[in-house]
Design a protein. Structure first.
Length: 116
């Protein structure tokens, strides 16, 4: 990926969703309907014909691609090598808490009733 790596914020969630989708697709079907203008239908029909697909297959494929892209854009963080190293360093060697962080922890403990 040309110098950038993808770090998944929620690999488990995405894998779980994929397994659920696969299981559901083998067990049951869902129906999706949409009211569209004739011009939109004509355009989609032309595109599906060009690709040698049915309109349904074309629309489902396009919607699935858009859904996948949207999910990836919201669940995947891309970091440069420098960013990866800085992130790993912060995790492995976090700085000491400063006064503001200590006060925030104290306020949190008071608000949540966890004054241990």
């Amino acid at each position: 990926m040309s110098g950038a790596a993808k770090t998944n914020k929620s690999v488990g969630t995405l894998k779980s969703a994929a397994r659920k989708d696969a299981k559901q697709s083998s067990e049951s079907k869902a129906r999706l309907e949409a009211r569209i203008s004739r011009a939109t239908h004509t355009r989609i029909k032309l595109a599906s014909d060009i690709q040698g697909r049915t309109v349904t297959d074309f629309v489902v494929h396009a919607a699935l691609e858009a859904a996948t892209k949207t999910i990836e854009e919201n669940f995947v963080v891309q970091l440069s090598m420098e960013g990866q190293e800085a992130f790993a360093e912060a995790l492995l060697n976090p700085p000491e808490p400063n006064d503001a962080l200590r006060r925030a922890f104290e306020r949190h403990a008071v608000l949540t009733g966890k004054n241990d």
